[in-house]
Design a binder for this molecule. Structure first.
Ligand code: G1P
Length: 303
């Protein structure tokens, strides 16, 4: 019997330099995909997976995140008075019940492993999930829910994985795969951001993890690794070495790298096209925009 996973860590301390100047005053997790901040997608996914305690590892300049999850009585009152029941309902669905959400500060940017380690006292001796909000995953059921269901059978530790082109392997944690069991892969090693010619496979770690409390213990003694940062990958490797109970999970769904501008744009298009209230107008616009783009390319001799 595996213990139910009810706690999730959201590392949200990053500076978001790739989205400057927007992120000069707004945390990148508040950037909106259509009409919801990135962090809301992560929270909804966690809730769907049965998470009850939400731990945010933040840094200076992230107070907008705390405000976002707070109640907004003036706004709610005004919507109530105006009879805007739909909007009111939607707004309330973003409220987090008192006591279910915790904020911790990571005082120096020492890496993902360090950010996760900052939550060690709140995790104590339980398994926990980690969600990286930059990785937005469109999936039904949502990715973490798929993982929780698989984890109920495997126990141990699990990372979401997908195959990436070889030239991109140096951007990810890469799995050394043992046995391929379909949606599950047994993992016999992992390397954080290996040089392309040293990547053990094309199976990249995507930002969803279910980890046992041992990982926190491993982080206690994890030295800085790739990019001189304390890497979560390295703490998971220690677990593989002693207990060989780490699995890669091939989720069913589409992942967008919203930590990059191109990925954010792609997510915006995909989510726009999947929305009943926007699809027709947006599709029409995209068709016209693509046709005009082709004409302009031809006229300028680009092809
Ligand atoms: C982090 C992890 C890496 C993983 C990636 C997924 O890297 O360290 O192992 O593959 O997220 O998005 P980051 O992109 O934060 O540098």
């Amino acid at each position: 019997m595996t213990i139910r996973v009810t706690k999730a860590i959201f590392p949200v301390a990053g500076l978001g330099t790739r989205f400057l100047p927007a992120t000069k005053s707004i945390p990148k997790e508040i950037l909106t995909l259509i009409d919801r901040p990135l962090i809301q997608y992560a929270i909804d996914e966690a809730r769907a997976a049965g998470i009850e305690e939400f731990i945010f590892v933040t840094s200076r300049g992230k107070s907008a995140l705390e405000d976002y999850f707070d109640y907004s009585p003036e706004l709610e009152n005004s919507l109530r008075k105006k009879g805007r029941a739909g909007l009111l309902q939607m707004l309330k669905s973003t409220n987090m019940e008192s006591g279910t959400i915790a904020y911790l500060r990571q005082h120096s940017a020492l890496g993902l492993g360090h950010a996760v380690w900052c939550a060690r006292r709140l995790i104590a001796n339980e398994p926990f999930a980690v969600i990286l909000p930059d990785d937005v995953i469109e999936a039904r059921p949502p990715c973490l829910q798929q993982m929780v269901e698989a984890y109920a059978k495997t126990g141990g530790n699990m990372v979401a994985t997908m195959e990436v082109p070889t030239e991109k392997t140096s951007n990810y944690g890469i799995l050394d795969v043992g046995k391929d069991m379909g949606s599950l892969l047994s993992v016999k090693g992992m390397v954080e951001k290996p040089p392309i010619d040293e990547a053990p496979s094309n199976h990249a770690v995507i930002g969803r993890y279910i980890l046992g409390p041992n990982i926190m213990k491993n982080l206690d003694s994890t030295d800085p690794g790739a990019d001189e940062e304390m890497q979560l990958t390295d703490a998971i490797v220690k677990e593989i070495e002693v207990s060989n109970n780490v699995y890669g999970f091939r989720f069913r769904g589409q992942r967008f790298d919203c930590g990059s501008k191109a990925g954010f744009l792609q997510a915006t298009v995909a989510f726009g096209l999947s929305r009943d209230d926007l699809r027709d107008e947006f599709e029409d616009y995209l068709d016209k925009a693509m046709a005009m783009q082709k004409v302009a390319r031809r006229a300028s001799g680009w092809g």
